[in-house]
Design a protein around this ligand. Structure first.
Ligand SMILES: [Zn+2]
Length: 80
């Protein structure tokens, strides 16, 4: 629970940064079951001129580049 609040606060900070860059205020992070932040995703709809560039979509796109198929068999936590 305490961990959840910490991670949710991180996404709120990311959302503020995203908004300052001219995008929508969304951010998300992928956290391992051990509590390690693995990846971060920010909304980039306006700066990338891509209406699909949601924070979580950007993160998932990055995860697919960085990790192989086996990675997705394990459980991880996505905060948004
Ligand atoms: Zn979205």
């Amino acid at each position: 629970m305490k961990q959840d609040i910490k991670f949710l606060r991180m996404t709120i900070d990311m959302a503020k940064e995203s908004q300052q860059k001219g995008n929508l205020p969304y951010g998300c992070i992928l956290v391992s079951n051990e509590g390690t932040v693995l990846l971060k995703g920010e909304n980039t709809i306006n700066t990338d001129h891509d209406c699909l560039a949601h924070a979580e979509i950007n993160l998932i796109r990055e995860a697919c580049k960085v990790y192989d198929h086996e990675f997705f068999k394990n459980l991880y936590n996505l905060y948004k």
